[in-house]
Design a protein around this ligand. Structure first.
Ligand code: GLA
Length: 388
């Protein structure tokens, strides 16, 4: 990959002088969905697939961007001065947003850069290609301009800040945190209430993580995402008239049942119920994993999907079909949608010997029902951002 991006860099930007190469992973969340903006727990991991970059500083304030994933867009030019989001800027709004965020936080970016990207995360798959670009950009800026006080947790926070403020998606911290703090063969048990976390080794003896990509175009996803977030915030405000909590993640299932009548709308009760129960499921899932009870971990993944389907209503026929077909396959330990939902992909834990039959049955069943094919990836858990 390194040779390939260097070669392309020279082709696109004229020569290779002063170029450095970098990588940041994608992520998959094993359990704990739509809990990260509800002061709950998440359990994601970084992947060995991600975004590669070749970059160099310039002598002027110009920014030149090129993505091998969107070659039709060609070289996109801009400037480090007066950075603002622009629809025509397309994917470059992600790196630009991070540059803007650094400057908002008081860091000086003295010059522009030439930046070429090539990602092997399927676009729009829900494996966080945008957060990967954000953390990658932050890592490059830190490396270029010697921002030594910037930790990897800061890279995650700056990435999230840029996504919220520059790109208008009110996302939580999970994606950027999972990417910035990734550790080989470990998932990250993160409490989003205070960012305390622990690594948990994922030893799936005789099984692997399989991602099934629905290939559904997301479209309305972002606005629906913000809508769910508002529903949870309203439900929280209603509960706060009765109990002293800062986030839904503070509630046990029993406390929620006791106080749920304070929420004055049936739909909001369902949304809040998901947030509370999903958080508790995530805590239980990590305990199960530590006790080597992978079967229970799988059952909790399945329950997570049911809750996202029925109470949170963020799945849709594509993700439901992938998961429900997966559940039928012998050797599937657990399967659920992962990420924001409304499209994107599912994550399944599948016994090694069942992987072929998994793909051979879920694939055709999906295509028959949905009208187009899904893609399948057996993935591995990798490290956070690096110089390569
Ligand atoms: C997206 C967001 C995350 C998180 C998930 C749902 O991936 O970026 O912050 O909210 O959806 O769990």
């Amino acid at each position: 990959m390194k040779e390939m991006i260097l070669k392309k860099f020279a082709e696109v930007f004229g020569d290779m002088e002063g170029v450095q190469t970098y990588f940041a992973p994608g992520r998959v969340n094993l359990i704990g969905e739509h809990t990260d903006y509800n002061a709950g727990h998440v359990f994601p991991c970084a992947l060995t697939i991600g975004t590669y970059a070749a970059a160099r500083k310039r002598n002027d304030k110009k920014l030149r961007f090129y993505s091998m994933n969107f070659e039709n867009l060609g070289v996109m030019e801009s400037s480090i001065e007066n950075i603002k989001p622009e629809k025509e800027a397309d994917w470059t709004n992600y790196p630009k947003g991070v540059m803007w965020a650094f400057m908002e936080k008081g860091y000086e970016i003295p010059c522009g850069m030439d930046l070429l990207l090539n990602g092997n995360i399927p676009n729009g798959s829900g494996l966080s290609s945008s957060a990967s670009v954000e953390v990658l950009t932050g890592h490059i800026l830190r490396d270029f301009f010697g921002f030594k006080d910037v930790t990897n947790v800061d890279l995650a926070l700056i990435g999230q800040f840029s996504e919220n403020q520059f790109n208008g998606v009110n996302c939580g911290i999970m994606d950027q945190f999972a990417i910035a703090m990734g550790k080989k063969d470990n998932a990250i048990f993160l409490d989003t209430a205070d960012l305390s976390f622990e690594y948990a080794p994922i030893k799936l003896e005789g099984a692997k993580i399989v991602i099934s990509c629905s290939n559904k175009k997301r479209g309305l996803g972002d606005s629906k995402y913000n809508e769910r977030r508002t529903e949870c915030e309203t439900a929280l405000a209603e509960l706060q008239t009765e109990i002293d909590i800062k986030g839904l993640g503070e509630l046990s299932e029993a406390q929620f049942e006791e106080h749920k009548a304070a929420i004055k709308d049936e739909v909001r009760v369902k949304r809040a119920k998901h947030a509370v129960y999903e958080n508790q499921r995530t805590i239980k899932a990590v305990e199960a994993l530590k006790a080597n009870d992978i079967a229970l971990f799988g059952q909790l993944m399945n329950a997570s999907h049911v809750s996202l389907r029925d109470d949170y209503e963020v799945t849709g026929i594509e993700l439901d079909t992938l998961v429900e077909e997966a559940w039928k396959v012998e050797g599937v330990i657990g399967s659920r949608m992962t990420g924001a939902g409304f499209g994107g992909c599912t994550v399944s834990i599948v016994k090694d010997k069942a992987i072929d039959s998994f793909i051979a049955t879920v694939g055709p069943a999906y295509e028959k029902k949905i009208g187009y094919a899904a893609d399948f990836y057996v993935v591995e858990i990798g490290e956070g951002p690096s110089n390569i």
